[in-house]
Design a protein. Structure first.
Lengths: 419, 535
């Protein structure tokens, strides 16, 4: 009896697997690896949605090489080891051609060995600290020289308020720590003393910013101060609420954030926050036809899917980076005429795409990073950003920051195994 | 309608700006160059012409626009006026381009507006702008301040302006003026003054002080010490307030548990989820208000308090009747069972409301804070939560000590068998008590929704803190819970500036472990026979 049961099951499983394989022949599976719950859900959920929108758009236009894209969405729940497990599942079980995902650097560091071991392909859409260059990853967000360094330079300039003292505030993990290490070295090279730099970290999900905002006030009495915030996830909401409530105005102490965009400010009363800054490579408020079309598409998509954001559809930088990444992957697959990872990687070099920022984003021929424009925006009363400074055009990413010792000798392209 | 509107303009706006501004000068406000904008603002401010206020204010508020003909227009709602001569423009031009400003321009605008508004007829406006001027006094404002000082009648405004002037005069070339300025600032505790004074004692490369006059230096060092003392006291006060605020949050989170775990002895691992349900009840009430009563949206919290209480009390009573009742006297099973329930509740909320955080906004009367001239700010939402905690504790105390239900609750928790013998319906009392504890947790949830994020995992981050407070305070003692919560809040906040947020929390946990080792019964222990039964 038992044996017969087992037999039936095996047959059933085999036939199912066969059916799956047959179906897979006319679709291409891709993975979406973003936290849909936990502390990072505030930022990552929309990235999943915009990815699905992009797939739908590509499918409606005939798919990739005539095949439809079949997304596999998993929820790693802001749990870093779970990211690695889910990545392994996507690559071995679902056999996806590419994965679009991750926000925090700690999640990327967690999945990196999996992608390298199984020779997968990851598109990472968020600004990060650099210090990494993997053959298996394409970084469509900003490297430090495309975000952090220009933002600090701006705050040192006359228009930025000529800040002399620096309060570096971040969530306690690899991205803020590394970024602040780079910034500290950069500030020192500009003649800022150690006593004029304060570095403070809080755990993920921290929600009591009373003392820290009080400390910022105290620190700022010692001279013109700027705050550089690398707080990630939903801690930003209590932080900005506290800033507003304690009346720390941007005209006195500007706060520049690297992980706060339109989406994170949803639900925060932005009137007391007018003038605080964010540095990105895209803002929703940018005026150009590509962005108008992008915003319209997103608004229609949220409405059609009945997403909770439909009443106030917002776009932001990592969404744009996700969108660029997906389209570039499609172009590369079509150029390579296969989804084979090694061939797609070769085809990715030099890909261009007309991005919603209005600029043509280009994948560098060598270093797996995008050439992107740098923009600095100030928060407006309606939660949007007005651009107060921007580069003339896209600039090349520099993943190995010259402000970290030992980087001079590192090669600006991934080191291939066996070479 | 049209004529009515123009009449309005004639009545209110026109008299304010009976003379037109220099149109050419005003155009500088729309320049792409921030330097030109700032120069224009400076010129308008120096001219002291109050007619410039509407245009400058509009620029600050983002309501100043440029038409394609190069005309500056102020737009308010669905009406527009010419920025130069305040004549109404009807209809509102469609080709408007907004004029963007940045922090640097905003700073200059602040100063210019403050200087111009010093001559406003309303005392409150003058007072506010005087305070603004004092906060960021620089040499540019001196002219305006001196002009107003000559005519200002109000003592308070005058006093602030004198301080502002003295602050600017600390950098005057004449040592006598500087000396006078230091003397005038004797009573201030403005941190900016401290910075200015400290700068006097910086040594130049040749070994001399920045402040060459020794008499001024002598007076300055006295003042500096005074201010530092005052600021240190203020800092202590602000730590104490922060501690009290954190303590009241802990108290609201733990008070329900003090009843269910403290009095009834149920290890309720689902307590955090009851907090979470209270917070979600607030969210639901907020959504209903937003859709159906947008006019009274600011008062949704008043409705959320009873709703959250009833909702969580109901969940709690169902829990008690359905599960916990069957497990009395088996703490291990209770622990496992309630933990399972907490997971179920999290998933139910996740399935209903989604895994993402939901947005619970502060009513407008809870944003902002009370400002003190020395830079200390007490945010309204923290003050409200402290008051709310006081009210809830008072209510619970009253319920337990002054009502018949409270009498029964105490009787049952102290000696169940005896209470049963004299006819107390112990089963029902258990249900009501657990319901009360859960309802209080719901109230805690309302408070938490105002300061943190509301998501399905909200309870997880408070469950440890809640048990910590109850155990430290002494199981079975409300007073102990109150003191433990406030104490933990204060210790945490006094440690945080020195040790950092993470280290402070670790130190507090270490302290509690050591304390419980020494005194397992907590701060306050029950006396008598029932104590052994509970332990």
């Amino acid at each position: 009896m038992k044996r017969r049961n087992f037999l039936t099951l095996t047959v059933l499983a085999a036939s199912l697997a066969f059916a799956g394989a047959a179906r897979a022949a006319d679709t291409i599976k891709v993975g979406v690896l973003h936290s849909l719950s936990g502390t990072m859900a505030i930022s990552e959920t929309v990235l999943k949605d915009v990815a699905l929108m992009a797939f739908e758009e590509i499918n409606a236009a005939g798919g990739v090489m005539g095949k439809k894209i079949e997304p596999v969405v998993v929820d790693p729940a802001s749990n870093w080891p779970l990211f690695a497990e889910k990545a392994r599942q996507l690559l071995t079980q679902d056999k996806v051609a590419a994965v679009f995902g991750c926000w925090t650097s700690v999640s990327r560091k967690s999945v990196l060995p999996v992608f390298e071991e199984l020779n997968g392909l990851l598109y990472y859409p968020v600004q990060y600290e650099g210090e990494e260059l993997s053959k298996n990853v394409f970084y469509t967000g900003a490297a430090p020289n495309q975000q952090a360094i220009p933002a600090v330079e701006y705050l040192m300039s006359k228009d930025g308020g000529e800040a002399k003292r620096w309060f570096l505030l971040g969530t306690d993990y690899v991205y803020p720590r590394t970024t602040n290490k780079i910034l500290r070295a950069f500030l020192k090279s500009k003649g800022v003393d150690d006593k004029d730099i304060e570095e403070i970290y809080t755990p993920f999900g921290h929600s009591d910013y009373q003392t820290i905002v009080g400390n910022i006030k105290k620190f700022s009495a010692g001279g013109k101060t700027a705050v550089v915030s690398t707080i990630n996830g939903d801690s930003n909401v209590p932080f900005y609420k506290e800033l507003g409530n304690q009346g720390l105005k941007a005209t006195d102490v500007p706060v520049v954030a690297f992980s706060v965009g339109e989406e994170e400010l949803r639900g925060v009363d932005t009137k007391p926050l007018v003038g605080h800054l964010a540095a990105w490579n895209y803002f929703m408020s940018m005026k150009n036809p590509t962005n108008d079309a992008f915003k319209k598409k997103w608004a229609a998509y949220t409405k059609a899917k009945g997403l909770s954001s439909a009443s106030k559809p917002l776009t932001n930088d990592p969404m744009e980076a996700t969108y660029i990444g997906i389209h570039m992957w499609k172009q590369a697959v079509e150029k390579a005429k296969t989804t084979d990872v090694d061939k797609v990687i070769v085809a990715m070099a030099g890909q261009t795409f007309k991005a919603p920022s209005g600029f043509v984003a280009k994948m560098d021929e060598k270093n797996h990073h995008l050439h992107k424009p740098v923009l600095i925006g100030e928060i407006k009363a309606d939660g949007q950003f007005s651009v107060v400074w921007k580069t003339a055009g896209p600039i090349r990413a520099n993943p190995w920051s010259p402000f970290i010792a030992g980087n001079e000798s590192k090669k600006d392209e991934p080191v291939m195994a066996g070479k | 309608m049209k004529t009515f509107r123009s009449w309005l303009w004639l009545l209110f706006i026109a008299p304010m700006s009976a003379w037109a501004l220099d149109a050419e000068l005003l155009k500088g406000l729309a320049s792409d160059e921030n330097d030109v904008k700032i120069a224009t603002i400076g010129k308008l401010s120096d001219a002291g012409d109050v007619a410039a206020i509407p245009a400058l204010q509009a620029l600050f508020d983002g309501a100043l626009f440029l038409t394609s003909q190069g005309k500056l227009v102020i737009v308010a709602g669905d009406a527009a006026v010419d920025a130069v001569n305040a004549t109404a423009i009807d209809p509102v031009p469609s080709d408007l381009v907004s004029i963007d400003i940045n922090n640097r321009v905003r700073r200059e605008l602040n100063a210019a507006l403050a200087a111009l508004k010093l001559s406003a007829p309303e005392r409150a406006v003058r007072l506010a702008s005087a305070k603004q001027l004092q906060a960021d006094a620089d040499a540019g404002s001196l002219l305006g301040i001196e002009r107003v000082l000559a005519t200002e009648q109000d003592a308070e405004v005058k006093e602030i302006l004198v301080l502002a002037k003295a602050q600017i005069n600390l950098k005057n070339a004449d040592p006598k003026v500087r000396f006078g300025a230091v003397k005038e600032l004797a009573a201030t505790s403005n941190p900016n003054v401290k910075t200015l004074l400290a700068a006097m004692f910086v040594k130049k490369p040749d070994g001399s002080f920045v402040e060459p006059d020794s008499a001024v230096r002598l007076a300055a060092i006295d003042l500096l010490n005074d201010i530092q003392g005052r600021l240190a006291r203020l800092e202590l006060a602000s730590h104490a307030f922060n501690g009290l605020s954190l303590g009241s949050v802990l108290l609201l989170a733990a008070l329900g548990l003090a009843i269910t775990f403290g009095l009834m002895g149920i290890i309720n691992m689902a307590h955090g989820e009851l907090l979470m349900i209270g917070a979600y009840a607030t969210f639901v009430v907020q959504t209903i208000f937003r859709q159906h009563f947008p006019a009274s949206f600011d008062w949704y919290l008043a409705a959320a308090v009873p709703v959250a209480f009833l909702a969580t009390a109901m969940v709690g009573m169902a829990l008690e009747r359905g599960v916990i009742r069957l497990l009395y006297g088996r703490p291990l099973e209770t622990l496992l069972c309630t933990w399972g329930i907490s997971l179920i509740l999290i998933q139910v909320v996740r399935a209903t409301f989604g895994a993402q955080n939901v947005e619970v906004s502060n009513p407008s009367w809870m944003s902002g804070g009370v400002n003190f001239s020395s830079g200390l700010t007490l945010p309204y939402n923290r003050i409200v939560i402290i008051c709310f905690a006081v009210v809830v504790v008072a209510l619970v105390w009253f319920l337990l000590n002054k009502t018949r239900l409270g009498l029964f609750v105490r009787a049952v928790t102290q000696n169940r068998t005896m209470a049963d013998c004299v006819g107390v319906p112990t089963g029902k009392i258990d249900m009501w008590t657990f319901g009360l504890g859960s309802g209080i947790a719901g109230l805690g949830g309302v408070a938490l929704s105002q300061i943190g994020n509301v998501g399905p995992e909200l309870g997880q981050s408070y469950i440890v803190d809640s048990f910590m407070v109850v155990v430290l305070g002494g199981v079975g003692q409300l007073a102990g819970t109150v003191i433990a919560a406030i104490g933990l809040g204060e210790v945490n906040k006094f440690l945080e500036p020195y040790a950092g947020a993470v280290m402070a929390k670790i130190l507090v946990l270490v302290f509690i472990i050591l304390f419980i080792q020494k005194r397992p019964q907590g701060l306050f222990a029950l006396k008598g026979r029932s104590a052994e039964a509970l332990a």
